[in-house]
Design a protein. Structure first.
Length: 312
């Protein structure tokens, strides 16, 4: 009898230990536990450590309090300036109210993901292509505000939203590349023209200075010769003053041009050539014409045949 009583006590203790161990839950440091007793919220959330619940009566839901990185699938849309683009982004959020995240929304991760996709499409339709490419900070702030407004009631706080990539059609990429190339060429031409203008002004000032002191031009010429000769070249290019060429041209011109004889006519040149060369044939204009005949031949007039006269 005593042995049966001891066996019953040991069995009851074992069952109690198993029941007690079944009601123990461990909540991690980055988690919070929400206890539901028979489907109703029970007290406050359970902090990290060992949490004891009533088996078969209470259920505990653990909620992760860490920052969650949620990628947004690429969304295709048309911008305000009618350009088709594909934009993908990433959302960083965390749960600040575990009770609201469990009670107010069925799946807060899925809800945040759908809200992010809808907001991203809306941002694409309200923005220009230049804003998507260069003004992303403003778009990120607007996208964060659009997602955070409904997420407040879900116990979720949006920490940050970033647009990762903007995909453009190939035709748009080529047109943008041509536009950038044309703009760079335009700036290069403007810079080159400005440099030419400044150089021309400096050269004009230098020319005025050298005109005031002619010896400066000679010194500059000697400096150029020294600079060229320093390279040990076999050929030396010597600049020739234009004034010296004009002086030689004036020296070759006659002093009294009225004493010069006029150029010979073609007939006079031909006579002079035939006087030097008797065998030279005469021009066609000077060849004798053939004699005309004294009695030119005239054909006799043709007589028409006469019809015979009818008798009587």
């Amino acid at each position: 009898m005593l042995q049966e009583l001891i066996g019953a006590i040991v069995a009851a203790g074992a069952v109690g230990l198993v029941y007690a161990s079944a009601g123990m839950r461990v909540v991690k440091q980055y988690e919070r536990g929400v206890v539901l007793r028979l489907g109703r919220l029970r007290g406050e959330t359970r902090g990290p450590g060992l949490a004891v619940i009533v088996p078969a009566v209470d259920r505990i839901r653990r909620v992760n309090m860490q920052i969650v990185t949620l990628p947004i699938p690429a969304q295709e849309g048309i911008t305000r300036d009618n350009v088709t683009v594909r934009v993908d982004a990433v959302v960083y959020f965390k749960v600040v109210d575990p009770v609201a995240a469990i009670i107010n929304v069925e799946d807060y991760r899925f809800a945040v993901s759908q809200m992010a996709q809808t907001s991203l499409r809306s941002i694409i339709g309200k923005s220009d292509l230049d804003d998507l490419l260069s003004n992303r900070e403003k778009l990120n702030q607007g996208l964060e505000l659009m997602i955070d407004s409904p997420a407040v009631g879900w116990g979720v706080q949006i920490d940050r939203v970033e647009i990762k990539d903007v995909s453009l059609p190939d035709a748009m990429k080529r047109s943008m590349a041509r536009q950038a190339e044309a703009d760079r060429e335009r700036r290069a031409r403007i810079i080159n023209a400005d440099a030419e203008f400044q150089a021309s002004k400096k050269l004009a000032e230098a020319a005025q200075q050298m005109a005031a002191t002619p010896s400066a031009l000679q010194l500059r010429l000697l400096q150029t010769i020294v600079a060229v000769a320093a390279e040990k070249n076999s050929t030396l290019v010597l600049p020739f003053p234009v004034e010296l060429l004009r002086f030689l041209e004036r020296a070759q011109q006659p002093e009294h041009p009225e004493h010069h004889e006029p150029p010979a006519r073609p007939e006079q040149r031909d006579r002079a050539d035939r006087a030097e060369d008797p065998d030279r044939p005469a021009p066609l204009e000077q060849l004798p014409k053939p004699p005309e005949p004294e009695h030119p031949f005239t054909p006799p007039p043709q007589q028409l045949p006469q019809r015979p006269k009818a008798a009587g």
